[in-house]
Design a protein around this ligand. Structure first.
Ligand code: MUC
Ligand code: MG
Length: 376
């Protein structure tokens, strides 16, 4: 039977450190390489499935570090899955929830690997297992985060010339607001009129900062402000949302289904960023999307600079949603000096394309894994 054929025989995990093309700065961290944990599940039928957990600068964007992710996979999550059928994805998610609280990035890596392996076992793309794709390409957003206005302008223009990205997210909150906003103004002036610019503050401001700088953000034509306030400040997020002419997006404030319900019910934003590392798996991501939809909150395809493995997993889930009003920022494969799949995601006509082929439709390259694996 399918359940016997897809029993999980082994789980292997690696910590990878993949260099980025430039420094990527956020309100509380700056990175020059991406830390990932890659996992491979091997089934009784010999099929292998791959998944990826991404982090940003150690346990700083969220609480999970690559070391913690690998330890919790090897010690608690993998043993809970060994011998269970990969094809029963919901049951596997239940086993992981019982074995381990939170640890959503770690769980999503395994969840993705089971999805990939099941798709390959059945010869169907992952999206088919999630209800089937309603779209096969996504408007793509690139993040500018060097902190150097001239470099950011040049980088944005280069992305437009290549036909990869013509919408941009700028990171604020690591300099004082005035310096940040001068950088934003330089960018806005240099890019073609009407270029979509999103500002991500990564929890760097207070409510008072936001109130003070909102008129300037509005003057600069920013289309969306992402998580300006600390993640736990839902009431303050609701207050600024009510006063802001620019939509506010919830990011670090919404990991769980409960937080999604709370944030959406209180009006802590009118847009929500979906990420596997926050929700813990493809089905949980779809549940969070359903809560947002019920509240009239729009959806944004978030990322944590995943390589093509993690990015493909997101695209398969995003493809099945009734709506994804803001497109996606999955630019990770292009910020790495070397993507970790030779058949990585395709960027064309300012869109990122859903891979075809069974499972995730992308395959990590073992030589590249070996090259970037942390060797202790
Ligand atoms: C975040 O907070 O959105 C995603 C893109 C980026 O530049 O940083 C990440 C995390
Ligand atoms: Mg964000």
């Amino acid at each position: 039977t399918l359940q016997e054929a897809t029993r999980i025989r082994a789980v292997t995990s690696w910590i990878l450190e993949a260099p980025t093309r430039r420094k990527h700065k956020l309100s509380n961290t700056s990175i020059s390489y991406q830390g990932y944990v890659f996992v491979r599940v091997t089934l009784e039928n010999g099929v292998e499935g791959w998944g990826e957990a991404s982090t940003l600068g150690g346990p700083r964007w969220a609480e999970e570090s690559v070391e913690a992710i690998k330890a919790n996979i090897d010690t608690y999550l993998a043993p809970a899955l060994i011998g269970k059928p990969a094809c029963l994805l919901e049951a596997a998610a239940g086993e992981m929830a019982r074995a381990c609280k939170r640890n959503y990035a770690a769980k999503s890596a395994l969840d993705t690997a089971l999805l990939d392996a099941t798709g390959k076992s059945l010869g169907v793309p992952a999206h088919v297992l999630l209800g089937g794709a309603r779209r096969t390409s996504f408007s793509a957003i690139w993040a500018l985060a060097s902190g150097d206005a001239a470099q950011e302008v040049e980088e944005a223009q280069g992305m437009i010339e290549k036909g990869w990205f013509n919408r941009f997210k700028i990171k604020l909150g690591f300099a004082d607001p005035k310096t940040d906003l001068d950088r934003l103004a330089a960018l806005q002036k240099a890019l073609p009129p009407g270029t979509d610019i999103i500002a991500d503050v990564n929890q760097g401001w207070s409510e008072a900062d936001f109130i003070r700088y909102l008129p300037r953000l509005a003057d600069l034509g920013v289309s969306l402000v992402e998580q300006p306030l600390p993640a736990g400040q839902m009431a303050a997020m609701a207050r600024i949302s009510a006063r802001s002419p620019i939509p506010i997006m919830m990011d670090e404030g919404v990991f769980t289904l409960d937080e999604a319900f709370d944030g959406c019910a209180r009006g802590a934003g009118s847009v929500l960023s979906l990420k596997l590392c926050k929700h813990g798996g493809v089905h949980q991501l779809k549940q969070v999307a359903g809560v947002a939809q019920a509240a009239g909150v729009q959806l944004y395809g978030g990322c944590l600079l995943e390589s093509s493995v993690g990015a493909a997993a997101h695209l398969h889930a995003f493809a099945t949603l009734p709506a994804l009003e803001w497109g996606t920022e999955h630019f990770g494969p292009k910020i790495l000096i070397e993507d970790l799949c030779r058949d990585g995601l395709r960027y064309e006509n300012f869109e990122v394309h859903l891979p075809e082929g069974p499972g995730l439709g992308v395959t990590p390259d073992l030589d590249l894994i070996d090259r970037y694996a942390r060797k202790d």
